[in-house]
Design a binder for this molecule. Structure first.
Ligand code: ZN
Length: 61
């Protein structure tokens, strides 16, 4: 299977080739790394959770 087109990252909105898929959404490598390294106390953490919740909501809609 050949799939080399870009995906649009749901966090930063940039088109990247490298990253992970969560359900039907794509998160680029750099955002994934940032998310993994984000502490729960970090101000950015709720933002990531908010974005991820939107994915789950879409999935369950
Ligand atoms: Zn990104």
């Amino acid at each position: 299977m050949h799939e080399d087109h870009d995906h649009t990252c749901i966090i930063c909105g940039n088109e990247k080739q490298d990253g992970i898929r969560i359900v039907t959404e794509f998160i680029c490598e750099s955002c994934e790394a940032e998310m993994v390294n984000t502490d729960v106390q970090d101000a950015k953490y709720p933002f990531f959770i908010h974005r991820l919740k939107q994915i789950w909501l879409q999935k369950n809609a």
